[in-house]
Design a protein around this ligand. Sequence first.
Ligand SMILES: Nc1nc2c(ncn2[C@@H]2O[C@H](COP(=O)(O)OP(=O)(O)O)[C@@H](O)[C@H]2O)c(=O)[nH]1
Ligand SMILES: [Mg+2]
Length: 711
Amino acid sequence: MPEFDTSHVKNIVLLGHAGSGKTTLAECMLFEAGVITRRGSIAEQNTTGDYHELEKERGNTIFSKLMHVKWRGYKINILDTPGYDDFVGEVISALRVADTGVMVLNAVMGVEVGTDIIWQYTEQFKTPMIFMVNKLDSDNADYEKTVREAKAHFGNKVTVIQYPRQTGAGFHEIIDVLTMTMYKFGKDGGKPEKHPIPDDEKARADELHKELVEAVAGNDESLMEKYFEKGELSEDELKAGLKKAMIQHDLFPLFCASAERNMGSGRLMGFIDNVCPSANEMPPQKTKSGALLQCDASGPACLFIYKTVSEPHVGELSFFKVYSGVVKAGMELENASTGITEKINQLFLVEGNKRISTHELVAGDIGATLKLKNTHTNNTLHAKGKNLELFPIEFPPPNVSVAIEPLKKGEEEKLSQALHHLREEDPTMIIEVSPELRQTLLHCQGDMHLTVAKWKIENNYKVDVKFTRPRIPYRETIRKAANASYRHKKQSGGAGQFGEVHLRIEPWYEGMPEPADLTVRSREEYDLDWGGKLVFYNCIVGGAIDTRFMPSILKGIMEKMQNGPLTGSYARDIRVCVYDGKMHPVDSNDISFKIAGLQAFRQAFQLADPQILEPVYKLEVLCPDDLTGSVMGDLQSRRAIVEGIDTDGHFQKVMAKVPLAEMDGYSSSLRSISQGRAKFRMTFYGYEPVPFEIQKKLIEEHAKQAKEEYA
Ligand SMILES: Nc1nc2c(ncn2[C@@H]2O[C@H](COP(=O)(O)OP(=O)(O)O)[C@@H](O)[C@H]2O)c(=O)[nH]1
Ligand SMILES: [Mg+2]
């Protein structure tokens, strides 16, 4: 029998803006529950949560962590998460498996951008939420303002359960309007004494208690009736009502703490045990095939991998939540995505960087296993013969890109393996080997994300790397029609070469009429891999060129399309009509016509008012009102076209179109403009002509480079 059944397991995720005190709060919970005997601190770099070298170095959380405590007959799995938007993938995957979120607010700062951004995800998941107003011991703590802002941002569903009797250095008493008790802490925090509510606080406590009761009753008809009858609800009725309202995302209870002084975490854990839902009280999971999977220990075994960590010397550690049945060590389960069978050799409970072997994990619980053969984040493993694939976590697309290369020649293969592992761990990162740009690109969420990637490659995989600017995937096209002809002739000993091609090129567009002045013999239309089209007409009359040479001419043209005449970029949207030429009875062959086709095309291209196109992105910047001006100013210096400003919740959303070439370093630049209070998303929009001056510069640069390569 497992030590805790499903209804005694609670999964919570600590959320909030960076620096609000999540990791410190987790440390308090572990300490209070006796998991650790000494409380670590961020300053001393010895918390259970921030154990990673890089986290110690930087003083904040980068990776989500799993910890657990036993508190009064319950097991609470605690997922600590990072606060920066760069690591939002870690937040989303933790939210996927948590059944309650604790949003930690910094009482000095109130509601911050990180709070708002993360809130949007909790709404997607409909995670039951608690607010924890932390840092009430700080001199500048402002409880009232924090509650006001929370209500302004997240609505009147925010319901006070606790308020501090005093804030700042003297903070040591919390008044609880659910239990109608005052908790009084000694100087080291920990377990508080319980006191009746002092007379001078009675009026306020009664008022807030009434608000709480009415909020709970307002969400449940039968409780409302009882409340009308008796004018009060019992503590048990309140708890039952709170649970129901929390599950429906109708009520968000608000608590008080000073994590630094270890005040407030015990009461939070008690509330989690007694009121917050277990996994089996949450709506069932929908499977991909449309079935509903109840979180029931007597059901078929089914687990979902929400996170993978690749550890040097250990291998791949897969974190999962059991969604049904009991998962036992030694069990064979089927990977729903690949159909392969995986044996679960070892099962672990996790405590930060420590793993504790266990024999089984029951539905609703969270744990880890090592060395699965071919199972990744977002995969479902289930009892053989079942069809229980769960929906994957949707991660946001990346925002910033760099080109990456090893510092030492010859380490390309080692780097490519490191990148493969990195991607395995982190689905918010994309690795692209671009033949077009002749670069390996690393696409990430932001500049801090890039820094972490570099650190991992250098420290875990021992490859020193450098980041460079990614080349821009320009395109080339033409703006008017032009004709050209080319004769390729070589008659120096042995077999000669001869081919002559006359052609016309025109800008191609959808719905273009057939050439009226030429005799069309055949037409071929190509959708180019890099976008746009090439349309190729054979308009030869009187057998000037044999039909058998047409494929060679096309091949020559295609070669030049792939290595455009202006800058070597791909060319697109061009129609070519070959209308005349010459053959030699002996010397004409495929290679001659390929060369003649290529050269005629190149010459015509130069005469056809050629134009370089650049990739343009749609950009959305989300920022507080007071920053709109500086965000727009910065965008204007990047050739952006601002298309509008919208209000989005408590933010302004600036929408613009901006050339990719101008977006280098945007992530850091926006961070410094906004001190981390803004975020942005970019999506590809299309190709647009570059301004004349820039075209000139690009052509010159290309010519210079070609000369250097040739020399
Ligand atoms: N004064 C005060 N400082 C706190 C409190 N909780 C956390 N801190 C400090 O705030 C900083 C950020 O805390 P941390 O736990 O890393 O925040 P996280 O980014 O949300 O995990 C650290 O220096 C903590 O020591 C608190 O209740 N009061
Ligand atoms: Mg942290």
